[in-house]
Design a protein around this ligand. Structure first.
Ligand code: NAD
Length: 486
């Protein structure tokens, strides 16, 4: 695939073959609003064909030893490393984010591939001799069969790589249903897997909307579903999938709070909050959406934060100086503008408003600069709902305990960050914060590949998070054999 052809069509890839659908939707460049390609949409029959291809490929794939499977992933990693700039350009073209961010996310995805390459070790079981007279017991991990991944628009290469490298390394076959907004990265990855020697049918991509996703979730031959996306859909996928007897991990949305203590290193806190709230236009599940300033941290933090946010460069992701890229779709743009309007109506104080229609090249691109609201109340829509844009809500708390209680009371519990110079405050935060991925003095506390990634409450439905040890548990069934040889 070319990095940026003038106009292209993206089709499903089933059993190693490009498989067009009967309908199509348009793909847009978020920096210009122009139509850049077409997505050929599959339907239920495409979902059925992909599951049939994956089912057919499963017996031979699971019979390969873990080392043989790992070698294909090693080759895939080498190819992806060589072609990562092309892949980053494809992501920027459809998503809008700066190439450097796209490259960073590819790197994070490839770290999961590196973890998965350790499958020969990770899949080892346990053994106990003489658990009874002449009796021994051993445990092993076995693949499940066909696994499905349904992924969001914001990390079109990294989030699929949270899933399929471990699923394949564990001996499963896979069907990926990418976002309709940013579909090309999935095909690029499928082509690299094919080039790396992955047999046809082991990894399939079916493009389409919620109808295709539902057909996959409900398919009787699908054993496990990994979902990442908004919370409402995650909840419904979890209920549908588990009701159909499948294993489901469904990662949802986020409203990550940054708590700033008066003793924090303020320049570090400012730069981390700017990064966490506005880079990638806030379209990250680990983005900072709320600042809770404790005691007089507000006076120390806000003037510089607002001034620097006002200076951030809003530009196309292909611009080397871009700090705030456009958001990915017109729909997302309109949702963010409506959220800002609701904040004003609800009485929050709009400290910085960089909604600038001029920046949108006569209304065509989807640019929104940093927006900062102060005096935000917990009852307001801009606080309660995930906005998924460059909008920061600022609140005050008298104490650390009050700030932690605010964060814990939110429906979503993905990440939370504390900025402080006090080890004691950091210990209290670590002990009392209710979220899956807390951080101290860092902008985006995303766990590395050999730990697991996932939140609490409305941010994760299911017990097992993505990648790391949870990934191995999710993609295998445990078996414990007890034997005697009289
Ligand atoms: P989305 O929920 O709209 O879509 C995600 C995927 O689900 C897409 O492939 C979509 O086609 C599919 N889908 C849509 N409706 C469906 C339905 N009814 N049944 C089954 N599948 C359906 O999310 P999005 O807008 O693409 O992505 C943004 C969201 O993802 C944000 O809420 C963000 O916080 C979240 N996200 C979470 C994480 C995390 O780790 N928790 C990571 C990245 C993004």
């Amino acid at each position: 695939m070319d990095a940026k052809p003038d106009f292209y069509t993206v089709s499903s890839i089933i059993a190693g073959r490009s498989t067009p659908g009967s309908r199509s939707s348009e793909l847009y460049n978020p920096a210009t609003g122009e139509v850049i390609g077409a997505l050929s949409l599959g339907d239920k029959s495409a979902a059925d064909a992909a599951v049939a291809a994956a089912s057919k490929a499963f017996p031979a794939w699971k019979e390969r030893g873990p080392s043989q499977r790992s070698r294909i992933l090693m080759r895939f990693r080498e190819l992806a490393e060589m072609r990562k700039v092309d892949l980053a350009q494809i992501i920027t073209h459809e998503h809008g984010k700066p190439e450097v961010d796209a490259l960073g996310s590819i790197q994070r995805g490839l770290e999961v591939v590196e973890f998965a390459m350790g499958a020969p070790h990770l899949l080892k079981g346990e053994n106990s001799d003489h658990v009874g007279t002449g009796v021994s017991t051993r445990s092993s991990r076995r693949p499940l069969g066909v696994c499905v991944g349904i992924t969001p628009f914001n990390y079109p290469a990294m989030i699929p790589m949270w899933m399929f490298p471990l699923a394949l390394a564990c001996g499963n076959t896979f069907v990926l249903k990418p976002s309709e907004k940013t579909p090309s990265a999935a095909n690029f990855l499928a082509e690299l897997l094919q080039e790396a020697g992955l047999p046809d049918g082991v990894f399939n991509v079916v493009h389409g909307g919620s109808d295709v996703a539902s057909a996959l979730i409900e398919h009787p031959d699908v054993k496990a579903v990994s979902f990442v996306g908004s919370s409402a859909v995650a909840r419904s996928v979890y209920h549908k999938g588990t009701a159909a007897g499948k294993r489901v991990q469904a990662l949802g949305g986020a409203k990550n709070h940054a708590i700033v203590m008066p003793d924090a290193d303020m320049p570090n806190a400012v730069s981390a909050i700017l990064n966490g709230a506005f880079n990638s236009a806030g379209q990250r599940c680990m983005a900072i959406a709320v600042v809770v300033a404790v005691d007089d941290a507000h006076e120390k933090l806000m003037p510089e934060l607002v001034q620097k946010a006002a200076e951030m460069k809003v530009a196309a992701g292909s611009d080397a100086d871009c700090e705030v890229p456009p958001v990915t779709s017109r729909q997302q743009y309109e949702k963010i503008v409506a959220a800002v309007d609701s904040g004003v109506t609800d009485g929050a104080k709009l400290l910085l408003d960089r909604r600038d229609p001029q920046a949108n090249r006569d209304g065509k691109g989807y640019f929104i600069g940093p927006i900062i609201f102060d005096d935000v109340g917990r009852e307001m829509q801009i606080y309660q709902n995930e906005i998924f844009g460059p909008v920061l809500a600022v609140m005050k708390a008298a104490t650390l305990e009050e700030a932690i209680a605010i964060s814990n009371s939110h429906e979503l519990g993905n990440g939370a960050v504390l900025f402080t110079n006090s080890g004691k405050a950091a210990q209290i935060f670590e002990r009392d914060i209710l979220c899956g991925m807390p951080g101290v003095n860092v902008p985006v506390p995303s766990p590395v590949a050999y730990y697991s990634f996932g939140g609490n409450r409305g941010s994760l439905f299911g017990d097992l998070a993505a990648h790391g040890p949870d990934g191995i548990n999710f993609y295998t069934r445990r078996q414990v054999l007890t034997s005697r040889w009289p």
